[in-house]
Design a protein around this ligand. Structure first.
Ligand SMILES: Nc1ncnc2c1ncn2[C@@H]1O[C@H](COP(=O)(O)OP(=O)(O)OP(=O)(O)O)[C@@H](O)[C@H]1O
Ligand SMILES: [Mg+2]
Length: 227
């Protein structure tokens, strides 16, 4: 998947207040990139990630995904494209406490038409690759932060998406566990996945091959070839 953002802006209108969250952003992302998006709180990082992941629309400009302008897509087509191509990882995991790890990972598969036996095979495979096979039947409240982050990553990966979008995936973790999570992303990137990580932590960003900085909704730097 190839992504191009051209003169992209996002304005939120809540009542009388207008917030320009993104201003005139131009970015091109090739398949297989490993990118950090950095910036202070409120700079527009999550807004950008949500637009990239087709969870939100831009107000102005053009977003093309593999050459297709996404604004021409119907909601249903967009949802299908999102489910097939993007895996989302968020800061506080967004796991369901009443479900086991296995059931949490199964959620994205329920949107697709995948047989139960096939689902089981996919989930077992992903649990194994993230080294949490023994946690399948355990609920998130009985797991550590790092283990829950692995479950959340497993859930993002189980559909085998091309692009992983992670919003502060290490925000709730200590530095050692954060490094482990970044190593998982590094391995996935080696396998060809595009990884985009939002972080305000410069150490975490330095694990990536390209760092895009945004401040007050504007792209202020885009540096490649760090690693
Ligand atoms: N749904 C919304 N409605 C109105 N304003 C919003 C909405 N979401 C974000 N904003 C505003 O847009 C700006 C950018 O927010 P965003 O969440 O993208 O920042 P961020 O860089 O992710 O910050 P943080 O590091 O704190 O998560 C902020 O001023 C925020 O208040
Ligand atoms: Mg945010």
């Amino acid at each position: 998947m190839m992504i191009t953002l051209k003169n992209l802006s996002k304005t939120y209108n809540t009542g009388k207040i207008e917030v320009k969250a993104l201003k005139n952003i131009n970015i091109h992302i090739d398949k297989g990139e490993f990118i950090a998006i950095v910036g202070t709180s409120g700079s527009g990082k999550s807004t950008l990630l949500n637009i990239l992941g087709l969870l939100d629309k831009c107000s102005e400009g053009v977003y093309t995904l593999n050459g297709q302008d996404v604004s021409s897509l119907k909601d249903k087509e967009k949802a299908k494209l999102r489910n097939k191509n993007f895996g989302f990882v968020v800061q506080y995991f967004a796991l369901i406490n009443d479900y086991t790890a296995f059931e949490n990972i199964e959620i994205p598969l329920e949107y697709g038409k995948i047989k139960k036996s096939k689902r089981k095979e996919l989930i077992r495979g992903i649990l194994k690759s993230l080294d949490i096979s023994d946690k399948a039947r355990v609920s998130p409240k009985e797991l550590s932060g790092g283990q829950n982050q692995r479950v959340a990553i497993a859930r993002a990966l189980v559909n085998n998406p091309d692009i992983i979008l992670a919003d502060e995936p290490t925000g709730a973790l200590d530095s050692k566990t954060s490094k482990e999570v970044m190593n998982i992303f590094k391995e996935l990137n080696k396998e060809g996945k595009t990884i985009i990580v939002v972080t305000h932590d410069r150490d975490i960003a330095s694990c990536c091959k390209r760092i895009i900085s945004i401040e007050d909704g504007e792209l202020v730097s885009d540096v490649r070839g760090i690693k």
